[in-house]
Design a binder for this molecule. Structure first.
Ligand code: PLP
Length: 386
């Protein structure tokens, strides 16, 4: 049986989510939520319910949810929407963000916007002293720092970040795509004005997400049209996907503690096994991390080779961010943490999900050990493993 260990890239659709979506993909429920007749009203009701379900996952108000086509669009809306509204303010962004934040920020920098990068320490946590120094220079408009990193799983202390950001008179955007459904999230407690979410990381459909937006913050829309989503995201809503997102959020909230405990037990077994393999380094091991994520390196090996060998044995993992697979440059996250490029090039990310088992973890460990031993034997000069 194949093993899927890549849940930070995407998760399988929960059958209960599919069931909730099906009427909106058939002729049972096909109204446009903007129409005033009964079809429209039924669709509007479904949209409102999904909005409330997604809001409940992060203890926000339903009116704070702006549905988008996914985490990438929500990140773009937060950053570009803010930058367009407040053109003269500085932007501070952490070095370890996902491409969905990095790329729009780089595009803004190319257009002449003042962008500065916030460094992290060796465990992948924001360097608070460097952050304070950047804030102290004044005129900061927006800070963007992710909640949990998609590669290492390292979690940032967002309430502490938010306190500093607010004292500096700035706003905070937090990409919580990887934290939602894995950890309790409370929009007000976190203190961010904008929070990014994505459905397909919580067993919902791909292609739908949300920006949770504090009503006091004004953004320029990226997409104008019929005034949907408070004028911030024009276009007839993808109702089936939104309904699926709502149901996935509801299930994630109800099963959060169980899912987190299961993942944590698997991760502990996995890490104990990895530590017995000579040379293996677990990245961010000294920091608080997501219960389901382990990223590790094995000196002398290349992640692409290991990944393909694991794939041939029926085990799906990632070498880092799935959005970067195919590229052979070391992970920008690991480089920002000061990991040597050669070690970073050996990185493998295992991200566990609720269908994974202890037997699968054991099989992975046995297979991985066999692969590195096989490569070592075939290629003299490689790190010797016993
Ligand atoms: N932000 C983070 C931290 C992610 O891990 C991802 C997906 O990998 C995204 C944003 C992008 O979300 P989506 O795939 O819904 O566009």
């Amino acid at each position: 049986m194949p093993i899927y260990f890549d849940h930070n890239a995407t998760t399988p659709l929960d059958p209960r989510v599919l069931e909730a979506m099906l009427p909106y993909l058939s002729d049972a429920a096909y109204g446009n939520p903007s129409s005033v007749h009964r079809y429209g009203r039924a669709a509007r009701q479904a949209l409102d319910e999904a909005r409330a379900q997604v809001a409940a996952l992060v203890s926000a108000e339903a009116t704070q949810i702006i549905f988008t086509s996914g985490g990438t669009e929500a990140d773009n809306l937060a950053l570009k929407g803010f930058a367009a509204r407040y053109p003269d303010r500085r932007l501070l962004v952490s070095e370890i963000e996902h491409a969905a934040v990095l790329e729009p920020v780089r595009a803004l920098a190319r257009q002449g916007r003042a962008v500065e990068w916030i460094p992290v320490d060796g465990e992948g946590r924001v360097d608070m002293a460097a952050f304070d120094a950047l804030l102290a220079r004044g005129n900061v408009g927006l800070v963007s720092i992710m909640h949990a990193n998609n590669e290492t799983g390292v979690i940032q202390d967002i309430p502490a970040v938010a306190a500093r950001v607010h004292a500096a008179g700035a706003a905070l955007h937090c990409d919580a795509v990887q934290t939602a459904g894995k950890r309790l999230l409370d929009f007000n407690f976190l203190g961010a004005q904008m929070l990014t979410l994505s459905a397909h990381k919580i067993r919902g459909p791909r292609g739908v997400g949300a920006l949770v937006l504090d009503k006091t913050l004004e953004l320029e829309p990226l997409q104008q049209g019929g005034g949907q989503e408070k004028g911030l995201r024009g276009g007839t809503e993808n109702l089936a996907a939104i309904v699926g997102f709502g149901r996935a959020a509801e299930l994630a909230a109800a099963e959060l503690a169980l899912r987190a405990a299961q993942a944590q037990a698997l991760r502990e077994r996995l890490e104990a096994g990895l530590r017995r393999i000579p040379g293996v380094v677990i990245f961010g091991a000294g920091a608080e991390r997501l219960p389901n994520t382990v990223q590790f390196g094995t000196p002398g090996f290349e992640s692409e080779t290991l990944l393909m060998a694991l794939d041939r044995k029926g085990i799906a993992v990632s070498s880092g961010s799935a959005c970067h697979s195919g590229k052979t440059e070391p992970s920008h996250v690991l480089l920002a943490m000061g990991v040597e490029p050669a070690l970073a090039l050996s990185a493998i990310r295992v991200s566990l999900g609720q269908d994974n088992t202890l037997e699968q973890v054991d099989r992975f460990l046995e297979t991985y050990r066999g692969i590195v031993q096989g490569i070592s034997a075939a290629l003299p000069g490689r790190a010797a493993l016993s």
